[in-house]
Design a protein around this ligand. Sequence first.
Ligand SMILES: NC(=O)c1ccc[n+]([C@@H]2O[C@H](COP(=O)([O-])OP(=O)(O)OC[C@H]3O[C@@H](n4cnc5c(N)ncnc54)[C@H](OP(=O)(O)O)[C@@H]3O)[C@@H](O)[C@H]2O)c1
Length: 276
Amino acid sequence: MILVTGATGNAGRAVVGALAEAGEPVRALVRREADLPAELATGDLNDPASVAAALEGVRGVFLLSGYDNMAATLAEIAKAGVERVVLLSASAAETGNPANAVSRYHIESEAMVRESGVPWTILRPRTFFANTFRWLDQLRAGDVVKDAFPDVRVAAIDPLDIGAVAATAFLTDGHEGQVYPLTGPQSLLPADRVRLLGEALGRDLTFVGLSDEEARAQMSAAMPQMYVDAFFDFFAEGNLDESPVLPTVEQVTGRPPRLFAEWAAANAAAFGRTDV
Ligand SMILES: NC(=O)c1ccc[n+]([C@@H]2O[C@H](COP(=O)([O-])OP(=O)(O)OC[C@H]3O[C@@H](n4cnc5c(N)ncnc54)[C@H](OP(=O)(O)O)[C@@H]3O)[C@@H](O)[C@H]2O)c1
């Protein structure tokens, strides 16, 4: 039995799916009722006792980074005799810069997992394809997508590949103590993603890059200032390079990572395409 946290989210749902497909029993830690191919356990990652209550019979935990009392949660996981934690970290941990708020929570979460005494595997995915859902409102309003950092190439990844890597780390040997940087198969500009999404939707979409000033205003409306600063540090100052395409997904799973075009086609209905 594997306990999956964040199971209703982009990454966690993919982990649940990959494990269920492999025939592994899955328990999903959820805050409310959810439609998942898993047993449900109600709990909150900020409440270690609620995680502890979900650990009966669990041999592996897929854990999100950055929640309160994570050391206490990991102590409960160790006490329950769990044999493997797969931590969802991020490329942000690679900067090693604790002054950056996003890097800091990943660096600290990784350190706590390493010190927990539970055998671990750390995943450091790049930007998720699923962040494209942030364009939904603009795409409902018209055919123009405006976004930040127009000149920044990213080897973004399909959450399904994160799920496949996590499932492999739980179900096969050789992954203990490994840190896996995870990318998709192409390094794409935002304009490339807009073009490929347009092709999947049968729409002629236009990309417009936001100035740094416009981007700051838009991002400040959506997230705390320390995270806006963190993303500017990464992508405007150039302190995080997510552009290299890495072989890790294929090395771990035995098959190449999925294309953005495949993700766009698979999610076309969510963007309003009705004939798929
Ligand atoms: N997006 C990216 O580009 C990216 C890149 C690298 C790494 N990451 C990391 O990946 C993580 C997950 O991303 P995602 O896109 O899968 O996130 P998401 O779709 O927003 O899902 C977040 C999940 O966490 C759950 N959750 C939130 N607060 C919780 C709490 N207090 N207790 C228990 N569960 C809680 C949510 O459950 P509810 O349904 O109850 O809200 C949901 O299942 C991010 O937080 C980030 O650390 C993201």
